[in-house]
Write a protein that binds this ligand. Structure first.
Ligand code: URA
Length: 243
């Protein structure tokens, strides 16, 4: 069966503009389908037509943006030499996508997978100060002094972490463990584990809850969804905003 879709939806799905803006363009007489001017909003297309807007051919945006709830026990690479399961084994795509940054094998949580190099640079560049929020179960109980130390920046190998936020969510005095929310802005290898290790606390369990405004709502470990155009635009709007 050939699926037909409304012209404004096809334009919006291409990434050209919002559906409302596409409707305005159609009504304004700016859109042609196979060279025929279309001004009616209900017009349906099959997907193989040549759509022109303002005299320019509409090309399908081949960018893909996936938000994955990475489970534990999966590697964040495109190909693993030890033949372990990778994050790409969890998604269905025919595009050459790759993860932005890395979560450890035993870390779960939010991972963006894309083929958009510009977005990758934007989210990884420290100057953009993108919040990455982690929930860490750690050994022991943090003192006020240790929290201040973490928050003001810690020297790891040859690198000092930028100021971050730390919030103790729960303390288990019986087992001497704590649940701590930590918001950092860089993405160095094993950064959260190394930060806690530097003040003599082990990370027992780690989950990335958020990147900027994106969270894991509605997803279970191993599940994913595509970002919508609004979310992608909002991510692009973070460029330098927090600098
Ligand atoms: N910090 C870590 O230590 N591990 C991760 O997977 C992510 C951040």
């Amino acid at each position: 069966m050939i699926s037909v879709e409304r012209l404004q939806k096809v334009i919006a799905n291409s990434g050209y503009c919002s559906r409302r803006k596409a409707e305005e363009l159609i009504i304004a007489g700016k859109v042609r389908v196979d060279n025929i001017l279309i001004t009616e909003l209900g017009y349906k297309v099959k997907g193989n037509e040549m759509i022109m807007i303002d005299g320019k051919i509409l090309t399908k945006d081949d960018k893909e943006y996936i938000l994955l709830y990475k489970p534990r026990g999966v590697v964040t690479t495109t190909d693993d030499d030890k033949k372990r399961k990778t994050v790409l084994d969890l998604i269905n795509t025919n595009k050459r996508v790759y993860p932005i940054g890395r979560l450890d094998y035993d870390t779960s949580g939010l991972l963006i997978i894309t083929n958009d190099g510009n977005l990758t640079n934007l989210l990884l560049h420290p100057k953009n100060n993108i919040d990455k929020v982690y929930l860490a179960k750690i050994s022991g109980i943090l003192s006020g002094k240790e929290i201040k130390k973490l928050e003001s920046g810690i020297l790891l190998d040859d690198f000092k972490t930028s100021p971050c936020k730390v919030k103790v969510k729960k303390i288990d005095k019986k087992n001497m463990t704590s649940l701590v929310m930590i918001t950092i802005h860089e993405g160095k290898n094993h950064q959260v584990k190394k930060m806690f290790s530097a003040i003599n606390h082990d990370v027992i369990k780690l989950k990335r809850e958020k990147i900027a405004f994106l969270d894991l709502q509605g997803l279970k470990p191993g599940e994913y969804r595509h970002l919508n155009i609004k979310e992608v635009k909002k991510l692009y709007a973070l460029n330098n905003k927090n600098a």
